[in-house]
Ligand binder design. Structure first.
Ligand code: SF4
Length: 144
């Protein structure tokens, strides 16, 4: 039986990215239109506006925080977005999520370094991490 999955809203064509654009993936949009996928943007659910400054996850002394490029600490918003996304996943009994690669929220397996230098490091975005921790399988959109 096919179960509904969660997908990053930007992949379904929503203009929720930090720069006010989307990253439309036709396969994802089709799943949403068929009622098989639920689009969600953790950063918007966390209360951040669109457009917004780009942000990166910074791990320092084992502590994970999120800063935008202007140096503002947006950890609380990112954490809230992750919790709200998990709530949605639980509500719908979702077991799988297809999320946007490299994002500080949605990225899985690799994210930007936290130094805004374009380098990638091993790690998960804040939402991807919380979903995985709660037993939800996270698939990168470029692995689809
Ligand atoms: Fe897309 Fe996720 Fe970033 Fe929202 S938080 S714009 S869904 S990658």
């Amino acid at each position: 039986k096919n179960e509904r999955i969660l997908v990053s809203a930007c992949l379904a064509g929503f203009n929720c990215r930090y720069d006010g654009k989307n990253c439309l993936n036709e396969k994802i949009l089709k799943l949403v239109m068929e009622g098989m996928a639920i689009p969600v943007c953790p950063e918007q659910l966390g209360g951040l506006k669109t457009p917004r400054n780009p942000a990166e996850v910074c791990i320092n002394d084992g502590k994970t925080r999120v800063f935008d490029i202007a140096g503002n600490d947006v950890t609380e918003e990112f954490n809230k977005g992750a919790r709200e996304t998990l709530k949605l996943a639980m509500l719908y009994g979702v077991k799988k999520a297809v999320l946007k690669s490299k994002s500080p929220s949605c990225g899985s397996g690799e994210i930007y370094s936290g130094k805004f230098d374009g380098e990638l490091i091993d790690g998960d975005g804040i939402t991807a991490r919380l979903l995985k921790y709660n037993g939800i399988e996270v698939i990168r959109e470029d692995d689809l």
